[in-house]
Design a protein around this ligand. Structure first.
Ligand code: FES
Ligand SMILES: [Fe+2]
Length: 423
């Protein structure tokens, strides 16, 4: 349970609020690369409560500016892309990616007025099919070198889903692995779907969260028999990325919950597999639940098309087999901004408690003039082998915290790491 004040700290992200000042210290997804084609229309977008325009200049590089022209506030997303920037179609002022005003056609020849104009502009970096932006003050931190952000194109895909609620609800839902036994349970499935079978049988996993230099790892451990456990590890990466393994084939998703404003957010989902993905098939599968504009086909307005009949024959909740829909139902149902002053947390919510404490500590750090956890400025520290999500059968006599750490450090396969650990 949180106090009303703590709840506001964590959920309000507008400019000038404590939570808004904290979350602006990190690079954030601003749009998918596919949303702004080279030479295509500028994209109006809302990010952290700010109305912005994203465009590519003639070099193809992305620029992110305040959507309202510094002259008299016209909407720059209708602008022309020409002459090294974006030109407002009201009176022709021209801005480059850095917000410099390059041209004011109506001013007298020789005027230096344009030199004194600065359109608000934010730094952008394009990686893994996503355009990231830094909306904070001062020099941006290093772009974090997580595997899913440094991998070659053939190893990643990216899409996103609209979420009609505050972003924190999405993050919290990712660190509550007990819900796999209910929310995501399949009733009709193949006999070899052992993950579903284990999760449906063991409804009270051991929940083991571990604080890290980037946020948290969380282990969910289900006993299979006397000799082995089924262990899932997922990672929370500050300020809002959740790495989750939902397939068991070495691919994980980084689900990054990014506030549009206090009551809406995007769930950016970057899939990463070190050995490469069938990108076309992967994207077809992951875009299936959504419309072309990234809103979900099953949504609150149509009651997520829940079927009582399918609750008997297909899935526990009767909302189809796409997990994104299940999670969206859960998080949107908590309301536009969930009031945590009336909740009742239990054992299964241990990860959520740590997640909130990490965020509150981050807000305090910013208020005290320090970088929050996960902001990196030293290249030697921009290395995160434990940012991962996996699941695996782990022998009962192997400490699960050790199982993947050893692999990530030494690159050993699971079986070798496990047997080494028992020697
Ligand atoms: S409002 Fe944009 S140039 Fe005048
Ligand atoms: Fe879920």
């Amino acid at each position: 349970m949180l106090s009303k004040e703590e709840n506001d700290l964590l959920t309000c992200i507008g400019s000038g609020t404590p939570g808004g000042e904290w979350i602006r210290r990190y690079w954030q997804p601003a749009a998918l690369s596919e949303e702004v084609a080279a030479g295509g229309a500028p994209l109006p977008l809302r990010l952290l409560g700010e109305d912005l325009v994203l465009f590519r200049d003639e070099t193809g590089e992305p620029g992110l500016l305040d959507i309202h022209c510094a002259h008299r506030g016209a909407d720059l997303s209708y602008g022309r892309l020409e002459d090294g920037g974006i030109r407002c179609i009201y009176h022709g002022w021209l801005y480059d990616r850095s917000g410099r005003c390059l041209d004011q056609p109506g001013e007298p020849v020789g005027s230096t007025f344009h030199d004194r104009i600065r359109q608000t502009a934010y730094s952008c970096i394009e990686r893994s099919g996503v355009i990231f932006a830094y909306l904070g003050p001062g020099e941006p931190p290093l772009f974090p070198a997580y595997d899913f952000l440094t991998a070659p194109d053939e190893c990643v895909t990216a899409t996103k889903y609209f979420q009609d609620c505050n972003y924190l609800q999405g993050n919290e839902g990712n660190f509550d692995p007990q819900h796999l036994s209910f929310l995501h349970r399949l009733i009709s499935t193949t006999p070899d779907d052992f993950r579903n079978a284990i999760q449906s049988t063991d409804k009270s996993p051991t929940i083991d969260p571990v604080e890290t230099e980037f946020g948290m790892q969380l282990y969910a451990v289900r006993k299979v028999d006397d000799n082995q456990n089924f262990v899932k590890v997922r990672s929370f990466v500050m300020p809002g990325a959740s790495l989750v393994d939902s397939r068991g084939d070495g691919c994980y998703h980084s689900d990054w919950h990014v506030p549009i404003d206090d009551t809406h957010h995007w769930k950016y989902s970057i899939a990463y597999k070190r050995t490469g993905l069938d990108r076309e098939a992967d994207l077809a599968l992951r875009k299936r639940p959504a419309e072309a504009d990234y809103t979900l086909k099953r949504n609150r307005a149509n009651r997520y098309l829940q079927s009582r009949e399918k609750m008997q024959t297909d899935t526990y909740i009767g909302m189809g087999r796409d997990f994104i829909i299940h999670d969206t139902w859960a998080t949107e149902g908590e309301g536009p901004i969930y009031d945590r002053s009336s909740e009742h947390l239990g054992y299964t919510d241990r990860g959520i408690i740590i997640l909130r404490n990490l965020m509150l500590a981050g807000i305090r750090a910013v208020q005290e003039g320090r970088d929050p956890l996960g902001v990196v400025r030293d290249p030697a520290r921009n290395h995160f082998p434990d940012v991962l999500a996996r699941d695996d059968m782990v022998p009962s006599n192997v400490p699960w915290r050790f199982h993947w750490r050893r692999q990530s450090v030494e690159g050993e396969p699971a079986s070798a790491a496990a047997s080494a650990a028992t020697r």
